[in-house]
Design a protein around this ligand. Structure first.
Ligand code: AHR
Length: 659
């Protein structure tokens, strides 16, 4: 993690602000009472193709509707001259392609132009790989990147030619370097010869992708994920798992194998909100289950796929006919069993072989499967039950995740938790998109949860600000406060993932989001930094602590202070997190109680995450406006006296030194 180190001591960071005469809050960290183990999966990521998160985002393809399979087959394309749409192409699941014929006069042109996703972003000096499937022996095509500024006379800034040398379908490639930076270029293809040429799967990727995978993931976005150091990666949704109807649910089997033959699916976020309507938003499945597993592996995160339980989106479907009848779930259950084979099976098994042929003979070490996203009502346990029976029998090693529905509390939530216990799921996925007041009041949410039932997966959560405030510092601060409660209850909370992950500034449907991006840049929000700070400082064991001799409850009444503490085996350190949600500076005393006589604390560090203006945020223009600051800190024996600035998330770390 890149922390902005300062040479100042903590005291200097609060200098200049008015210190109110307030008695010190005493946090006592009970070092001799090591608590629960913190799971490696504790802090992770949730990815869904919403807000152009996959196509147009993490999946680095720059061409929209590359296979001409959108319902309006030429959406995203402009054609000129003699272009015909054909539908008997070489890829069974994507049969459409275009035929370019002579325009009839030597001065007329035939060709087509793609607008990309809100334009095609290219950077000067970077290499790009154009590829196309084509046929038409002896013909020639020209490829141009053009400036989309109609006021500009010298429009084309890249110009390449490809000779087509076969009448059979064949893939052609050309790599070029962009001479200029342009966030909104278009790709133009001309027929440069007199005959006829057929084109299919027209693609353009940066050469420099995450981990160098050819035609892979956008590097800055994947790198941001990597730098969180996530313990778990939940995919591919979210509501897109369910689909608006069963036909549009995410079907993982369609998302593997050669990309050219992965069929298009609609993306429900294209029309879910009429006021954020994006008729050109579809799923190519270019980022499919193989890529999700590979990304999880490369992020060092446990993969956590979520599968359809046979219930299409219940928000949009009240009629039971929209769902699969329980007695007809066999193929859905088989999909779940086959997925485990795809991820973990031997290369000689049907699905293990598919994985191996895609380039990964070693298993992906899948340990968790979620069945259903935000389902509710009696239909959900009824649908889930047969999955559990079959999965326990076929794969007792796999942990199963059920859901407590879309609400953070209330009737449906209270109904589903006991149902999940009865079904003996391993974890329950809770979702809470809630206002600031909720986050302030839920620091003790898990303190009294039943320790004998399933564990908790806080699978989607984000603090929603009042008014038009999204991703502002205060929301992140309250998330940090709430997360102290996750951490103190790490015996029962085994996973937590903020949501949603990505949003294109021109194409969002939902906010707040953790990382925003445009065609060239990205910005890590304040919520990103909070997640990163927790993940990098998660420790290995909970250490109990008290505040002013009472259990830390994370409530108003404790001066707006929230806290948790952990022991970190790897660095031999105690790590204390304190969040001051009040607008007052607060004197604070940290006492590390119960240290043995031969133990001293040293090598102290303090990370402060704070903003002068709690309504401020990081933006594409100013991405580093609010970033954590780390400084060295000294401790006097086992007691640290300090003052915590208003609206601040602080992490104090001290190494345990033994004589
Ligand atoms: O994260 C956006 C949506 O919020 C998810 O698709 C869904 O699970 C939740 O309602």
């Amino acid at each position: 993690m890149k922390l902005h180190k300062t040479l100042f001591a903590t005291a200097a960071l609060v200098a200049g602000m008015t210190l109110h005469a307030q008695s010190s809050s005493n946090l006592v960290i009970q070092t001799n009472k090591l608590g629960a183990k913190i799971q490696p999966t504790m802090y992770g990521l949730f990815f869904e193709d919403i807000n152009y998160g996959a196509d147009g985002g993490l999946y680095a393809e720059l061409i929209k509707n590359r296979s001409f399979e959108f319902p309006q087959n030429l959406m995203g394309w402009k054609t000129f001259g003699n272009v015909t749409l054909m539908n008997d192409g070489p890829f069974e699941n994507n049969p459409h392609y275009v035929r370019l014929g002579n325009a009839g006069h030597q001065h007329k042109h035939t060709g087509l132009e793609n607008e990309g996703f809100f334009g095609i972003g290219v950077k000067a000096g970077e290499e790009y790989r154009f590829s196309v499937w084509a046929r038409g022996k002896g013909e020639k095509i020209g490829i141009e990147l053009v400036d989309n500024n109609t006021m500009n006379e010298g429009q084309a800034f890249v110009n390449k030619k490809i000779d087509i040398d076969s009448n059979e379908w064949k893939q052609y490639e050309v790599v070029f370097t962009a001479p200029v930076t342009d966030p909104k270029a278009h790709l133009r293809i001309f027929l440069e010869s007199a005959g006829t040429v057929d084109l299919e799967h027209i693609s353009l990727f940066p050469v420099d992708t995450w981990n160098g995978h050819k035609n892979g993931l956008r590097k800055d976005l994947a790198q941001a994920l990597y730098e969180i150091n996530p313990g778990v990666f939940r995919f591919p949704g979210g509501c897109i798992v369910e689909g608006t109807d069963l036909e549009s649910r995410y079907d993982w089997k369609k998302s593997v194998g050669p990309v050219e033959n992965r069929p298009l699916n609609e993306n429900r976020w294209h029309y879910t909100f009429k006021h954020r309507f994006f008729p050109d938003y579809f799923q190519t499945y270019g980022l499919g289950f193989y890529e999700y597993f590979l990304l999880s592996e490369e992020l060092g995160a446990a993969p956590l796929p979520i599968l359809s339980c046979g219930l299409s989106c219940q928000f949009q479907n009240t009629d039971s006919a929209a769902h699969v009848a329980v007695c007809e779930l066999d193929s859905y259950i088989q999909d779940a069993i086959d997925l485990i084979e795809f991820a973990n099976g031997d290369v000689n098994t049907t699905w293990g072989k598919v994985r191996a042929e895609m380039g990964h003979p070693a298993p992906f070490n899948l340990k968790y499967v979620g069945i259903g996203n935000e389902q509710w009502g009696p239909e959900y346990p009824e649908h889930l039950a047969p999955f559990i029976t079959a999965l326990r029998k076929a794969h007792p090693e796999i942990e199963i995740i059920g859901s407590s529905g879309p609400d953070s509390e209330g009737k449906q939530f209270d109904y589903l938790w006991p149902e999940m216990k009865n079904l003996k799921v391993d974890l329950v996925d809770e979702h809470f998109y809630r206002p600031e007041s909720w986050f302030l009041s839920q620091g003790n949410r898990y303190d009294n949860y039943d320790r004998k039932g399933p564990k908790v997966f806080a699978g989607e959560y984000a603090c929603h600000g009042k008014g038009k405030k999204y991703n502002h510092f205060n929301a992140a601060l309250l998330e940090a406060a709430f997360m102290t409660g996750l951490e103190r209850n790490a015996d029962i909370v085994h996973m937590a993932t903020y949501a949603p992950l990505f949003a294109h500034v021109e194409g969002w449907q939902w906010r707040p989001d953790m990382i925003w991006f445009d065609n060239l840049n990205s910005v890590r929000t304040c919520s990103y930094y909070v997640q990163q700070l927790y993940s990098h400082n998660k420790g290995s064991h909970v250490v109990p602590l008290t505040m002013n001799k009472k259990a830390v409850a994370g409530q108003e009444g404790q001066n707006g202070l929230f806290a948790s503490s952990v022991w970190d085996e790897a660095s031999n350190s105690y790590i204390v997190k304190v969040v001051n949600t009040s607008d007052q500076a607060q004197p604070l005393q940290l006492t590390f109680a119960g240290l043995k006589k031969n133990v001293k604390l040293g090598n102290g560090a303090c990370i402060l995450y704070q903003a002068q203006n709690p309504d401020a945020d990081n933006t594409i223009e100013n991405p580093n406006a609010i970033v954590p600051q780390e400084s060295a800190i000294a401790i006097d024996g086992n007691v640290l006296d300090t003052t915590l600035a208003p609206n601040t998330f602080a992490i104090y770390k001290f190494q345990k030194l033994t004589n």
